[in-house]
Ligand binder design. Structure first.
Ligand code: SAH
Length: 365
């Protein structure tokens, strides 16, 4: 059992790896060769890097790993969604999801083990926050999914919408984005990468100044502070208007459109009045709004709204001139909503432990 952090190449930028190669007595260009093995040729071990000397490969393998995580299981649904459980060095597990929509192939990745935000409909927060993911652990989720695809299928999009709050793990997330976007890295277009946030104001402001034109999605879920605070507790500190102001600032600096996410929870944020208040709130802001019905989580007593309610809500927004995308629930049958699979796994483990402790001990039997 590996309990200490593994030093993996996926944590490193080209410049860092060049410095490492030079410090090991190799020319700096070895770094580009190694990265090409990992990001282009899907190598997962130093052994496969046949244009490096055997001696150098051996010295690398003594101190470093190429990957620090491994795929535990892959579960597939009828709609082509695949959920990856990824095993970390400290025995924690996280989730990454592969979504297919025509030519668009998206991977949805996690940024933390658990989450401290505690949104009242999201399974990720139920077990609290354990720790931030390292840069390598973030990058490897994308690599595992890409390496799983047949070579004629191209991974086109990355969304930071899995477990965790990306802007609470700011440095590792931004570094991972640079690696995933770089020509020497995975080369995914920056405009095809989206960070979803609950609305961490400082983080949004800082991100605007990074010189990265990454897309921003804000999990809004309500149109007034009373309702938002009820389902997104961190709103107590921020307030809905400050979140929207930060989003507008982000748009001003980066010229990237903003998306707002709105999870419909029956009877909580689904009235015609909610839709009208939302339309007023977002009036004049260049944005699109993604509406999706809540994926019920056993621990919370929320219900998914009816088709009629969803229609009414979307139509009201559209009548007020908003651009609405109605998202379908995907991967429901494999518990694909944020954090659900990890939670399920945790429960199964508890169940097994309980059963084991209930079994009579050999002494007494
Ligand atoms: N912390 C970030 C990113 C992770 S959540 C954020 O809040 O945006 C990613 C998206 O999944 C969010 O919009 C979140 O509200 C949504 N989500 C989480 N649990 C859900 C559920 N049970 N049903 C539907 N959407 C859910």
């Amino acid at each position: 059992m590996q309990k200490t952090e593994i030093l993996s190449i996926t944590n490193m930028t080209l410049t860092e790896l060049e410095a490492l190669c030079v410090s090991m007595g190799e020319p700096a260009y070895r770094a580009e060769q190694m990265l090409s093995w990992i990001y282009e040729k899907r190598a997962t071990s130093f052994d496969q890097m046949s244009n490096l000397s055997k001696d150098f490969r051996r010295r690398c393998a003594e101190k470093y790993h190429v990957f620090q995580t491994r795929v535990d299981s892959i579960t597939e649904t009828a709609d082509g969604t695949e959920k990856f459980l990824i095993h970390l060095f400290d025995e924690n597990v996280i989730e990454s999801v592969l979504l297919r929509e025509g030519k668009r192939i998206t991977v949805c990745i996690s940024t933390q083990v658990g989450c401290a935000m505690g949104c009242r409909f999201c399974a990720s927060g139920l077990l609290g926050l354990q720790r931030n993911l390292t840069t390598g652990e973030i990058v490897e989720q994308v690599l595992h999914v890409r390496n799983h695809l047949p070579t004629d299928e191209r991974l086109t999009n990355i969304v930071f919408m899995g477990i965790g709050e990306p802007l609470m793990n700011y440095d590792n997330v931004v570094k991972a984005i640079r690696i995933l976007n770089a020509a020497w890295g995975l080369g995914i277009g920056i405009r095809n990468i989206t960070i979803s946030t609950v609305g961490i104001i400082d983080g949004i402001r800082r991100l605007a100044q990074e010189g990265l034109q990454v897309n921003l999605a804000i999990s809004l879920h309500a149109s007034d502070d009373v309702t938002r605070t009820k389902i997104v507790p961190s709103n107590t500190k921020t307030g809905i208007r400050n979140v929207i102001a930060a989003a507008q600032e982000y748009f001003k600096v980066t010229h990237r459109d903003i998306s707002f996410e709105y999870v419909l929870i029956d009877g909580v944020n689904t009235s015609k009045r909610d839709a009208e208040t939302l339309a007023l709130l977002l009036k004049g802001i260049q944005c699109n709004i993604n509406i999706l019905p809540v994926n019920p989580v056993e621990e919370f007593n929320w219900k998914t709204p009816s088709e009629e309610t969803i229609d009414m809500f979307c139509n009201t927004l559209e009548r007020h001139g908003l651009i609405v995308t109605r998202r379908k629930k995907k991967g429901d049958d494999i518990h694909a909503a944020c954090g659900q699979l990890r939670l399920q796994r945790h429960k199964n483990n508890l169940h097994q432990e309980n059963n084991a402790s209930r079994e009579p001990s050999p002494d007494r039997a």
